[in-house]
Design a protein around this ligand. Structure first.
Ligand SMILES: [Zn+2]
Length: 295
């Protein structure tokens, strides 16, 4: 199997046909990498936008691409044809840094072909997720590509970030650093109907405590010090995307703010729990507030 790292630049504008905001791809960069991490070839293609000829300031500032740069560009479908020829017949896994680029590609396929499936896409990997795990970066924050390059000591000279080809070259350099063949091959996803359902599934935060997906047993908290089951004081409230309540441990005489977030994902419900101690100073404050609220 060969790997193809893909990076896109796009221009957002209002589109009547899309009934809203549309991210039109204006540049595609790609790097072909062998299973033993040799860079085999590069691909670059400019696309002349048809939805909005005017590039937004964000795009111009970020990428330095101008409308003149794109005048000799091809069409979206022309790019897909060229790209497909360039990829060739060998089994290929497409890699993008986070799924955003893949979703934008699907959005463009929907617009120009009337269906979201990406022609010739057989295998896929969200390489950001993989790199982040390999680099042991906490999954609660999203690791940026430039930051990953920095952390791995990849020299940035002569690279212009936020240009499709340079970004894909940087991604390929990150790949060379974090690649482990066995774990990598295991994480490559086969692109089938299910894949598209999974990738477009929107994670929902459950807001209703009575939702059958909220397991009451998950709303129990043990004391981080003595391990005993703590007692809840007051009722659950939904605040900043999580259920919050105060707990106390009688044995340790400590109070905690507990948070439990239920995220409904394609794979099932994911629960994130957190305890933070209420320090004595804050305790006085909350008691004061409660007293004020009571009067
Ligand atoms: Zn305790």
């Amino acid at each position: 199997m060969q790997y193809v790292v893909v990076d896109l630049e796009w221009n957002g504008s209002y589109s009547k046909k899309a009934h809203g905001y549309f991210n039109e791809i204006i540049e595609v960069g790609a790097v072909k990498v062998s299973e033993d991490m040799r860079i085999l070839d590069k691909f670059q293609c400019a696309i002349r936008p048809v939805v909005s000829k005017k590039l937004s300031d964000i795009v111009t500032d970020l990428t330095n691409i101008t409308a003149e740069d794109l005048e000799d560009g091809t069409t979206f479908t022309g790019m897909v044809k060229r790209f497909t020829r360039w990829v060739g017949k060998e089994p290929t896994a497409i890699l993008t840094w986070s799924t955003t680029d893949l979703l934008v590609l699907m959005e463009n396929c929907r617009y120009f072909y009337g269906r979201q499936e990406i022609p010739t896409l057989q295998y896929y990997m969200d390489f950001q997720a993989y790199a982040q795990r390999r680099m042991e970066v906490d999954s609660s924050q999203q690791l940026g590509l430039a930051r990953a390059g920095e952390m791995l000591g990849i020299p940035e000279d002569n690279m212009s970030l936020h240009r499709a080809l340079d970004d894909s070259l940087l991604t390929a350099a990150v790949l060379q650093k974090v690649y482990d063949k066995d774990s990598f091959l295991q994480e490559i996803q086969t692109v089938d109907e299910e894949f598209y359902k999974r990738i477009t599934f929107k994670t929902v935060i459950i807001k209703d405590l009575d939702d059958p997906l909220v397991k009451r047993s998950e709303l129990c908290f043990n004391c981080p010090e003595c391990g005993q089951n703590m007692k809840r004081k007051g009722s659950w409230r939904f605040r900043s995307r999580a259920f919050c309540a105060e707990f106390s441990c009688r044995r340790c005489d400590k109070r905690y703010n507990a948070r439990a977030q239920f995220r409904q994902k394609y794979e099932g419900v994911e629960i994130r729990k957190k305890l933070s101690e209420i320090l004595p100073a804050e305790q006085e404050k909350t008691t004061e507030n409660e007293a004020v609220a009571a009067t």
